[in-house]
Design a protein around this ligand. Structure first.
Ligand code: SAM
Length: 388
């Protein structure tokens, strides 16, 4: 059985390793790591393996070799690191952590670690819902990441935020300061959010937070829809429009995922833009027509039908795919779509609600009520013991 140890190493290299970590490296038959990590070690008798790309097949082969393997990782191997991947393959793995870049950044800034939200830009776009006073530590992918963070802050009115780049933390080349031209690729970005006119963090963002062509579930209705949906897990947002339901679902919690299906390519492109700007760029946008476009999607924990209710097979497909215990919420403004909801409500139960919203607007020199079309909302839950 392969003896595997994962050793966290910092920018302070070999001198920064403790006794146990040095011993684990020195005793290994094979030492594996990135070129940068391996370059931090003194001459060793072991075989040295630099990670190829893709990493996973090489890792599996190495872990099955029966040799004493030492894998190097940056900082804390169990924090956005290779340690967690290895622990899944070899549960008996021994992990020797080094302070993570997050711990070092918080130490330099005087921030309690528990006061920060950590997000990674390594191999993925920045996903961060900014809110006044919220602190983020962003794990950069390279020297361009700090500028991408600044751009994301600017795009949603947070350009007054304090942004600090912390390079080569713990090493001889450590530098802490604002964005510069010659940033080291090894850096993290610390952000303390400040905005003059912040968006709310609860559902029901103002309509003008979205780029839209009028196909948008309006703010007041959206807030009620979100209350019925109760964000948790994976959402299908059928008939995405501007993407507001899927976006607010994902903003509710970092664990929430969503896929939105929109038949109009121009709107689909707009949804992606809205999602990026509002901090949830990993929203999956499918350009296609329901129900066909739903066929290849993972089963959802909840479904919202905001468009396509009267299309043949849309509610049936959604209901079939929904996980037992999941919620289905649908809105209707036409007599035809209301008829569909009435039928489904009769068959499956749940709440049928009708909302009429009027907004005050100028009428000559006075103020009058401008009514929007009433919206019918059906909300139900699939039984836990649903079998067919
Ligand atoms: C009222 S809008 C939904 C608004 C959306 N909930 C929002 O807040 O942005 C309805 C959308 O459903 C889309 N749609 C209608 N039928 C569809 C179908 N069968 N498949 C996919 N999209 C559909 C329309 O193109 C339109 O963009």
């Amino acid at each position: 059985m392969t003896d595997v140890v994962v050793v966290g190493i910092g920018a302070d290299g070999w001198p920064g390793l403790g006794e146990a970590a040095r011993e684990a490296v020195a005793k290994a038959d094979v030492i594996a790591g990135s070129r940068r990590q391996l370059s931090l070690l003194p001459e060793m008798p072991a075989d040295i393996v630099e990670w190829p790309s893709p990493l996973l097949p090489a890792l599996r082969e190495l872990l099955a070799s029966g040799k004493r393997v030492c894998v190097l990782a940056s900082g804390d191997p169990m924090h956005h690191g290779i340690g967690a991947t290895i622990a899944k393959i070899i549960p008996s793995v021994r992990v020797i952590p080094h302070p993570s870049s997050v711990s070092l950044a918080c130490a330099r800034l005087g921030w309690p670690v528990e006061s920060v939200t950590v997000v990674s830009m390594v191999g993925r776009p920045l996903s961060a819902v900014f809110a006044p006073g919220r602190r983020f530590i962003v794990l950069s992918e390279g020297s361009g990441s700090p500028a991408a963070v600044a751009e994301a802050l600017q795009a949603c009115g947070y350009d007054q935020s304090a942004l600090t780049v912390l390079e080569q933390l713990g090493g001889p080349g450590e530098r802490i300061g604002p964005i510069r031209d010659d940033l080291d690729p090894l850096n993290v970005v610390a952000v303390e959010c400040v905005a003059a006119d912040p968006l709310p963090i609860v559902p029901g963002l103002p309509d003008d937070a979205y780029d839209h062509d009028g196909q948008l579930t309006k703010r007041e209705i959206r807030a009620v829809v979100m209350a019925f949906l109760q964000p948790n897990g994976l959402l299908w947002d059928v008939g995405g429009g501007a993407g507001s339901i899927a976006i607010e679902w994902m903003r509710a919690d970092r664990s929430c995922r969503a896929v939105t299906v929109e038949r109009d390519p121009e709107r689909a492109a707009r949804i992606a833009g809205n999602a990026g700007r509002l901090g949830v760029p990993t929203l999956k946008v499918v350009t296609g027509t329901a129900p066909h476009a739903l066929a290849a999607l993972d089963p959802p924990d909840a479904v919202f039908i905001g468009g396509g209710l009267t299309a043949e097979g849309v509610p049936e497909t959604c209901w079939q795919a929904l996980k037992p215990g999941g919620r289905l919420v649908a809105t209707a403004v036409t007599v035809e779509s209301e008829t569909v909801l009435a039928r489904w409500h009769k068959e499956k139960g749940g709440d049928l609600t009708r909302l009429s919203v009027s907004r005050a607007a100028p009428v000559g020199g006075f103020t009058g009520w401008r009514p929007a079309m009433p919206v019918t909302i059906w909300s139900t839950r699939k039984p836990q013991d649903f079998a067919t």
